[in-house]
Ligand binder design. Structure first.
Ligand SMILES: [Zn+2]
Length: 319
């Protein structure tokens, strides 16, 4: 009878170290890496020497005497789990076992910063890219530390989905890795993108009028008196004509503009957003607006998202 699979929130059980292929294999093993917690990893000199100048140098130095071992022993600073993960990044017949961004960044520090394995950078960046969406600040910090501008740009763009300039309770530990001016540049980029995104709700020159009369945005020309008109900021000019914008729409449009100012890539079409829910409820109270609002909004918000992306693209970013 097979054992039940682990629950989703249970960590993957790791095998004791050393595990294949870092076990004693007569005829192939010729050196031992001894970890800080006293585990011996049996490895091949011919595999490690060419891939890292640091390994290459280490193997030419006099080794510690250990009469219990028939192979030379090299003490390394890493603990066995970290060394295992690091070796599996490049060693033949293995694959990376880092299950989290913390484990991956530890591997990066070992392989790139300590053992100077620059040839692994393209592969390392690909693995880091998997975390751009879930943890853009950490990816940004590591991209900055290593000067990986393309990855830094992708991470900076992902931070636009976060209210980065709203103070949280805790300062991310990873920010200790980068200088203040590096983070300030990120904040400035985020701010400029927020300003640009918000202008889409103030400068309405990007809004074109639909060609079909049935597609004309109902909130700009509803004819029912009981459907309240927005009067808070003077005449609304769209496609060269003054429009009687409806209050229910402008509350959503202007409200989303305020959110874009702090979260430039906020999802303005999020069906669960209170502003959107409230807008639909109020539009449905008007018998003229209600039959068209969904179709017209789908069309309008697609153009709006494209406009936001365009103005954000125009904001310069660099380390
Ligand atoms: Zn109406």
């Amino acid at each position: 009878m097979s054992s039940p699979p682990p629950a989703a929130n249970e960590p993957t059980q790791r095998v004791p170290f050393p595990a294949f292929p870092f076990v004693n294999t007569p005829g192939q093993t010729d050196i031992i890496l001894r970890t800080s917690d006293g585990v011996d990893f049996y490895v091949q000199l011919a595999i490690l020497s060419p891939v890292s100048p640091v390994f290459g140098t280490m193997f030419t130095l006099p080794q510690a005497e250990d009469s219990s071992q028939i192979y030379p022993v090299i003490d390394v600073q890493e603990a066995s789990p970290a060394l295992d993960r690091a070796l599996r990044f490049f060693y033949p017949c293995t694959q990376l076992t880092a299950d989290s961004l913390d484990e991956l960044t530890e591997v990066i520090e070992i392989l790139i910063s300590k053992y100077d394995m620059q040839w692994l950078i393209p592969s390392v960046k690909k693995h880091l890219e998997r975390y751009v969406t879930s943890d853009p600040i950490t990816v940004y910090a590591y991209a900055y530390v290593h000067g990986w501008e393309d990855l830094g740009r992708a991470a900076a763009k992902e931070t636009l989905k976060l209210p980065l300039r709203t103070p949280g309770e805790n300062t991310p530990e990873v920010l200790r890795l980068i200088p203040a001016d590096a983070y300030h540049k990120l904040l400035r980029y985020h701010y400029c993108c927020g300003v640009a995104a918000r202008t889409t709700t103030a400068d309405l020159g990007w809004i074109s009028w639909p060609d079909s009369s049935t597609a004309e945005y109902r909130w700009f020309h509803c004819w029912r008196d009981s459907c309240a008109v927005y009067n808070s900021r003077g005449p609304i000019i769209v496609a060269n004509e003054t429009r009687a914008a409806r209050q229910w729409f402008m509350d959503y449009f202007v409200g989303m503009g305020d959110i874009l100012a702090t979260t430039p890539a906020a999802d303005i079409r999020d069906p669960a957003h209170p502003l959107l829910i409230r807008m639909i409820d109020r539009a449905n109270e008007c018998e003229v607006c209600r039959d068209r609002v969904s179709n017209h909004l789908r069309h309008f918000t697609a153009l709006w998202v494209a406009r936001i992306q365009t103005v954000i693209q125009e904001v310069e970013w660099k380390f």
